[in-house]
Ligand binder design. Structure first.
Ligand SMILES: C[S@@+](CC[C@H](N)C(=O)[O-])C[C@H]1O[C@@H](n2cnc3c(N)ncnc32)[C@H](O)[C@@H]1O
Ligand code: SF4
Length: 502
């Protein structure tokens, strides 16, 4: 394993360096050193510097002292000391640029397409530039020169942000979106760290959970109604909400209809095809669900077994046609790039099978190695595709989906993604999922209910978000339901935000 020792003098951007290095080399070790002497004799006027070293198991080799960064940084320091915030921002950017330069020279086989960007929502930067009325050319060149993105990622971001403007513009500002987390699944998938519990093992907590969830929906729903706040979209996610009983699902859907009736988009993350019988589908249709996900992840049965999905590719196809029969005209299907043992050929087969079904949305994820997942524990035993392979798969996916009429409409990144790639949501024209755009672009208040639901109250004055998270496990949720409700009802920012919306 490669180890990096980072010494920051003065600037304190260790965390930013850590994030950047981890994005490019997820399995590396990044440590801060405070007590080692750094040779800055050639630039004795320096106040800020970084030092990166590679430590191999046997020898310690100093790879690079980024003297050129020192120069830029110090020069900049003297130029713009007066403007402190601007200075710090620019300093951080230069430090990160230096790290990228160092790493490019040392690990040329890695993916540096995202330049210095480590955040989850890179399209937000483009929206900020669009808000400032920057032209398309200026945006592209800023992404390339300032943030060090490669041209195709810069163009992709701009394309996505422009398409989102239409979705965001169509939405009146005085609405919220509602997320409801149902934390049950038929079994736990190898890679997953979402709040989800096996229904077999934890099913005894289902009834109590549903009772509490309804209590939360009633309390927060009445609060919204009292403030005359409308819900633009509702997203029932998890977990796999369709793992629960029909009876409980009906109770939840009834309450959603009662309190968040005016939504124009209502998604249920049906996810696992073996949770979808005719009754469940009809129930969802009857209660106004407009969009569902039926997620294959891969159409390769061998991989499905390895990742613990407990369904076959045939089950996915059957569930898809059943959903069409029930009248669902907006279906999403998730695929993952980089599953154990999968090659470009495997992914090509999966994507082609999914495209044949013509779902309205296809979401292409890149495998992320989540700390709390089984995959993380078993990393030594499982062979994952190399950077070159996952990059080739993403290039293929983009091209193939475009060739078949799908357009990228939202993009986000996570920590420890294979190949330093991204997740991209594709849609047929006019079929973008509004909730997905709202949650990624953070331009609307989100009300988060249920296990793992996070409320994000948009402070209309500062345009900053105030996070009000619910707990992530069922037992605590059941025990602390009143606190979860009060946290929201008594939050001054949420009160102010909702009052403003009237
Ligand atoms: C919140 S999960 C719920 C979906 C649903 N329960 C299912 O699995 O079909 C949403 C999606 O995230 C993706 N996902 C989950 N864990 C992931 C990981 N570690 N790496 C990449 N994608 C992941 C999967 O494609 C999954 O369908
Ligand atoms: S990926 Fe979906 S089905 Fe699998 S454990 Fe996570 S939430 Fe459940």
């Amino acid at each position: 394993m490669v180890s990096f020792y980072v010494k920051t003098l003065g600037h304190g951007y260790y965390y930013e360096i850590f994030e950047l290095v981890k994005n490019i080399l997820p399995q590396s070790n990044v440590k801060e050193v405070k007590d080692e002497k750094v040779d800055i004799s050639r630039h004795s006027f320096l106040l800020e510097s970084i030092l990166i070293k590679e430590v191999s198991p046997k020898t310690i080799t100093k790879l690079y002292t980024p003297a050129d960064i020192f120069m830029c940084v110090s020069e900049l320091y003297y130029r713009s000391k007066e403007d402190d915030i601007q200075y710090k921002k620019e300093l951080k950017r230069l430090v990160k640029t230096g790290v990228i330069e160092v790493m490019k020279r040392t690990f040329p086989e890695r993916n540096f397409d995202w330049g210095i960007l480590t955040g989850m929502r890179p399209t937000k930067i483009v929206h900020e530039m669009l808000d400032k009325k920057y032209g398309k050319q200026k945006i592209i060149s800023s992404l390339i020169t300032h943030y060090k993105l490669n041209k195709s990622k810069a163009e992709l971001l701009l394309e996505i942000a422009l398409s989102q403007r239409k979705v965001l513009k169509n939405n009146s500002e005085n609405k919220v979106s509602v997320y409801i987390g149902i934390p049950f699944c038929p079994s736990k998938c190898l890679y997953c760290s979402f709040p989800s519990f096996s229904i077999k093992k934890w099913g005894h907590l289902e009834d109590e959970f549903v009772e509490n969830l309804i209590k939360e929906i009633e309390a927060i729903g009445s609060f919204l109604l009292k403030n005359n706040v409308k819900s633009e979209t509702v997203y029932l996610g998890g977990g796999t909400p369709t793992s629960i009983s029909l009876k409980n699902m009906e109770k939840i859907l009834k309450n959603i209809r009662l309190y968040f009736a005016d939504n124009k988009e209502f998604t249920v993350e049906a996810g696992r095809p073996n949770t979808l019988d005719r009754e469940m589908m009809s129930l969802m249709k009857d209660y106004g669900v407009t969009r569902i996900s039926i997620n294959p992840q891969t159409m390769n049965d061998k991989t499905l077994r390895i990742i613990g999905r407990k369904h076959t590719s045939e089950d996915v196809i059957k569930a898809f046609y059943k959903a069409r029969d029930t009248g669902f005209d907006n279906i999403n299907m998730d695929l993952i790039i980089g599953l154990p043992g999968e090659s470009l050929k495997d992914f090509r087969k999966s994507l082609n099978k999914v495209i044949t079904l013509k779902p309205e949305n296809i979401t292409v994820h890149t495998l992320a190695i989540k700390r709390a997942s089984e995959l993380n524990k078993k990393l030594g035993e499982i062979e994952l595709p190399k950077t070159k392979t996952v990059n080739a798969i993403m290039d293929f996916a983009l091209q193939c989906l475009r060739d078949n009429g799908y357009l990228p409409y939202y993009l986000y990144r996570q920590k420890k993604m294979l190949g330093n790639l991204e997740n991209i949501g594709f849609c047929l024209p006019g079929k973008a999922c509004v909730y997905n755009v709202q949650i990624i672009e953070e331009r609307q208040t989100i009300i988060g209910l249920g296990v793992g639901g996070v409320t994000k109250a948009l402070d209309v004055e500062t345009l900053e978000f105030n996070r009000i998270p619910n707990v992530k496990d069922i037992m605590n949720y059941n025990r602390r339901i009143d606190e979860m409700i009060l946290r929201k009802l008594e939050n001054p920012i949420l009160q102010k935000t909702l009052a403003k919306q009237q």
